[in-house]
Design a protein around this ligand. Structure first.
Ligand code: PLP
Length: 284
């Protein structure tokens, strides 16, 4: 079945969905996006994704022509129109279309696109085996807290990691891990501290990261928000990543270093379980 996609106020089959070649998202990556998970037709962690969407738009001075209720209504409608039991909703907003110029008018109408991806999000085979990752130099821009569509470097690094036989890449700046290509990175030290990089413009402020940190006390973990090195990760009791699509995903190898016994650790597995339970209870 062809998906029903939302494009600038219209619901159309995906084959008919179009935006202009002059769209600034296409020409300048002048756009932001959000991804929200759906389980049992309900939205997971929606409040966090909505708040970050507004922060990203405000940082780029792109107006949002919807109230909160209208935007929630569009999310519910795309779930209903696509009979989306489980999967992801992508919301892409660019500054809009205009003749190509670095300068842009203040009153441009943004382009707004929404599409879904069907996915059995509660059955991720990698949760059982964990991921292997390669470290790569951090080469993205300096405002990574904005969820922009400038994903070229991340995509290149993930391709390179795959070519080297790994599942993903950890991006490294001055010896410190910033993020994975599309998720936040965390370590659990041998004395049960959950170390995760502090919020700044060096990383995207993950919605799943924030939710998982709020659940850390349930597994008796003390949270330490600070930068950590590749060496610390290699020497950790556990390493895991978080994102709206993989929730809590264990990492079992970083470059050539096997983490602990090379299998997903008990704390990441417990955090995954608690996260799913807690967020499904608050899903809307
Ligand atoms: N960091 C980056 C670079 C990402 O692209 C993502 C998600 O796409 C994340 C972190 C995780 O953020 P969230 O938990 O809000 O999905």
């Amino acid at each position: 079945m062809s998906r029903i996609v939302y494009v600038n106020g219209r619901w159309v089959p995906e084959e008919q969905a179009q935006v202009s070649v002059f769209d600034r998202g296409f020409l300048f990556a002048d756009a932001i996006y959000e991804v929200t998970a759906v389980i049992d037709r309900k939205l997971i962690d929606y409040a966090g994704h909505l708040a970050r969407l507004k922060r990203s738009l405000e940082a780029l001075s792109i107006p949002l022509p919807f109230t909160d209720d209208e935007l929630l209504g569009l999310h519910r409608e795309i779930v209903a129109r696509n009979e989306l039991e489980s999967g992801l909703i992508y919301l892409q907003i660019s500054r809009g279309a205009a003749d190509r110029d670095f300068l842009f008018a203040a009153d441009m109408a943004p382009s707004i696109v929404m599409f879904t991806q069907k996915k059995n999000i509660l059955e991720n085979p990698k949760w059982k085996t964990g991921l292997t990752v390669k470290t790569m130099p951090e080469g993205r821009w300096m405002n990574r807290q904005i969820k922009t569509v400038q994903l070229l470097y991340s995509s290149m690094m993930k391709m390179e990691a795959e070519r080297a036989g790994a599942d993903d890449a950890f991006l490294v700046e001055d010896g410190y891990i910033t993020e994975a290509t599309s998720s936040n990175v965390h370590i659990v030290t041998k004395d049960r501290r959950l170390v995760t990089r502090h919020l700044s413009n060096a990383l995207l402020h993950g919605i799943t990261r924030a939710s998982v940190l709020s659940l850390a006390k349930e597994v008796a973990l003390q949270v330490e928000e600070r930068a950590f090195t590749v060496l610390e990760a290699c020497d950790a009791a556990e390493v895991f990543i978080t994102s709206a699509s993989a929730f809590v995903m264990p990492v079992v190898r970083v470059d050539d270093a096997v983490i602990a016994d090379g299998r997903p650790g008990p704390i990441s597995q417990k955090l995954l379980e608690i996260y799913i339970k807690d967020r499904m209870a608050s899903a809307i």
